[in-house]
Write a protein that binds this ligand. Structure first.
Ligand code: NOJ
Length: 553
């Protein structure tokens, strides 16, 4: 399994309030105790930190906020000596606008001009005036996806913030520079890459307007920019040039809007592209009709089950699944899909984990998920740091949105929910820092913290540990075939995993009320319980948020 570290929020070694690499090194035993195989480190490169490091100004250096290259080497050595691997975040759809490539590119006569995507103003419009942008695309972070550059009178494309200009992957020199940089990291000892929004790198030319579906007459339709015609070619080339397959490196591509068929085409062994992809489909199950993440509707469990089952079945024979409920862009799953009340937080965090870890694929655990960390509980926009949340609030309230309603949606879905400091202990700043943390520590750290969890055999942490151990022990967990049971049941998530004559049954109550064991399950005669969240006798009802893993006779 893969454990994701968001370095800014993991552990601060020098008291400046921001997590750093020595902080990570100091906690490697926590990862070993959990059973982690691979660590994915969110960006720690040199960056102006407009998007907390997803805006890189030097791909081959560590930002002083996080430490030095020597600290990174120490992290690699510390992980390797404990039998773990290190996967770096690869952010190459865009750079920072402060990257020397882009600084050069601002000069129209520079050979680097063509390394980014520059366009003149829309015909008949005065450059730099509203509506003169070359296309009507909205950026993922609100507002137009084009920034006017007065010096050259042209615009550059930025699908994210204006400080994240998109690279022009059509230019072979750009691709070679990326391959060189990746080889440099592999030679330094890293074991693979998580590829940020990698299905945006090939644009569909010519760049044209899309249907208007957002404020300001903009088109917020990612289908305009994903899966461009050269994506397969670029990924194959990168795989070959860097030796992803040849050197058996780890690779996972983050892919917006990717569907099962596309995922199969990118991850099949003979594609030689990436090992697996991150889909977003199951992360959109609780979005309302508008489809935006801020339009939240209650989870309908049958819809989530149907989606996960579709991915399980679609990649059963070819390709491979990534399994995740959380990362640094998502709220905490126990607050989103579980029940984070004191009564059910532990049980629901465990049952979400049982479900995810018994699917086929590679499970990802985001820092603090193994403790059942909850959403941040912020109530004022000033408490947020994330540019996606603050920009959405500014844009939507300027357009007449009700601030209280907007704050409610942000409190539920903001990326900052997953970015509050890791809760190590019950001390005032949760053992994260001796200084003032960059983002407020969640008040429940007095009870929800690693020290308490490790000391309590019934904690969420020990359930994660047991699940990870089960996967390491049992081939049927790693390779068994998945079959969904009771697809329409609104409370229970039940499925089998089978390999040869071995069969597991997973029964998980995704509700805050007890539920009787339903008819329609395979016979439990002679079944052995491998792992459960509660003590029970055979035939007992399932308690609220109870889950059991049976080995069938
Ligand atoms: C996806 C990353 O996960 C997110 O945090 C970031 O803001 C965007 N890509 C832009 O790099």
């Amino acid at each position: 399994m893969v454990y994701q570290i968001y370095p800014r929020s993991f552990a601060d070694s020098d008291g400046d309030g921001v997590g750093d690499l020595p902080g990570v090194v100091a906690h490697l035993d926590h990862l070993s105790a959990l059973g982690v195989d691979v660590v994915w480190l969110s960006p720690a490169y040199r960056s102006p930190m407009d998007d907390n490091g997803y805006d890189i100004s030097d791909y081959t250096d560590i930002d002083p906020l996080f430490g030095t290259l020597a600290d990174l080497d120490a992290l690699i050595a510390g992980l390797h000596s404990r039998g773990m691997k290190l996967v770096m975040d690869l952010v190459v759809n865009h750079t920072s606008d402060e990257h020397p490539w882009f600084v050069d590119s601002r000069d129209v006569s520079s050979p680097k001009r063509d390394w980014y995507i520059w366009r003149p103003a829309r015909q008949g419009h005065e450059p730099g005036t509203p509506g003169a942008e070359p296309t009507n695309w909205g950026s993922f972070f609100s507002g137009p996806a084009w920034q006017f550059d007065p010096a050259s009178g042209q615009y550059y494309l930025h699908l994210f913030s204006a400080k994240q200009p998109d690279l022009n992957w059509e230019n072979p020199a750009v691709r070679h520079a990326v391959h060189d940089m990746m080889r440099w990291w592999v030679d330094r000892g890293v074991d693979g890459f998580r590829m940020d929004v990698i299905n945006l790198i090939s644009k569909t030319y010519p760049l044209v307007d899309g249907p208007v579906n957002g404020p300001g007459g903009l088109c917020y339709d990612p289908s305009m920019v994903v899966e461009g015609p050269r994506l397969h070619e670029f990924l194959r080339e990168l795989n070959q040039e860097v030796g992803i397959d040849d050197r058996e490196l780890f690779s996972v591509g983050e892919m917006i809007l990717v569907d099962v068929e596309q995922a199969r085409s990118h991850t099949a062994a003979d594609a030689h592209e990436v090992g697996m992809v991150f889909t977003f489909e199951h992360m959109s199950i609780d979005a309302g009709a508008s489809g935006t993440k801020w339009d939240v509707v209650p989870l309908h469990l049958p819809a989530l089950k149907a989606n996960l089952a579709q991915w399980q079945e679609g990649l059963a024979d070819e390709g491979w699944n990534s399994l995740y409920f959380e990362n640094h862009d998502q709220p905490r799953s126990v607050s989103r899909f579980g029940d984070d009340s004191p009564e059910f937080r532990v049980a629901s965090a465990k049952t979400l984990a049982t479900t995810l870890h018994l699917l086929k694929g590679t499970p990802y655990v985001y820092q603090g998920q193994e403790l059942g960390m909850t959403n941040a509980g912020f109530t004022a926009i000033e408490q947020y740091n994330d540019l996606e949340s603050t920009r959405f609030f500014a844009e939507a309230s300027a357009a007449g949105g009700d601030p209280a309603q907007l704050l409610g949606a942000i409190a539920f879905k903001s990326r900052d929910n997953g970015r509050t400091p890791m809760q190590w202990d019950a001390s005032p700043q949760a053992g994260f820092t001796t200084g003032e943390p960059w983002l407020r520590v969640t008040p429940n750290h007095d009870t929800v913290n690693a020290a308490a969890a490790i000391a309590d055999p019934g904690s969420v942490f020990h359930h994660y540990r047991a699940l990870i151990d089960l996967r390491h022990q049992l081939e049927v967990v790693r390779q068994g075939r998945f079959a969904l049971l009771l697809p329409d049941d609104e409370h229970l998530f039940c499925f089998t995993r089978t390999l040869g004559d071995e069969a597991l049954l997973v029964v998980a109550n995704w509700s805050s009320s007890p539920v009787p064991l339903p008819a329609g399950l395979p016979s439990l005669a002679g079944a052995e319980v491998l792992l459960g969240t509660h003590a029970f006798s055979p035939g007992d009802d399932l308690a609220a948020w109870e889950s059991r893993i049976y080995r069938l006779a």
